[in-house]
Design a protein around this ligand. Sequence first.
Ligand code: XMP
Ligand code: MG
Length: 176
Amino acid sequence: MGHEDIESVLLTEAEIKARVRELAGEIAESHGDGELVAVGVLTGAFVFLADLVRHLRNPVRFTFVKADSYGDGTRPGELRLTMMGEQDLRDRDVLVVEDILDTGRTLAGILAILREKGPRTLRSVVLLDKPARREVEVQADFTGFTVPDRFIVGYGLDHAQRYRNLPFIGVLGVGG
Ligand code: XMP
Ligand code: MG
């Protein structure tokens, strides 16, 4: 495989590809064929976002958000969003695209901030859901796969900024 730090493959390239296509179908079915604003959460969502939107026939505008938590280092702090791209979400159909839902803090915070911008609809799609670690009650409207409580990498997900370009999703081995 050439990736010695990957303990096991959790989702193959073929499995991801098939599910991403299905997710696009679910989204198109629920939204109809109107224009969407896709909000990609940097950095991890960029691979998923790129594959997902190429299955949508809707017109799509894009914006990217970077979420940073400002805390005292011991507790999760206030979430601040930097937006790049389309800023005007008023009366638009907005779809937040995220790689993984873990504690839920990031997605919950992003949705709260975006809701204040007055979108017509606000929905979210996550490729992966790790419910074991949830701290904040939040659920995505569309979920690709439920995953176990392991540190996973690939297909956008990183460890110290590495592995994002792996075409599959794997469990990172200890010491990796
Ligand atoms: P919360 O906890 O706010 O976090 O739901 C979501 C963000 O945490 C990152 N994350 C991971 N990144 N492997 C990763 O590479 C993982 O297993 C993992 N779990 C959480 C991710 O960046 C996501 O945006
Ligand atoms: Mg990350």
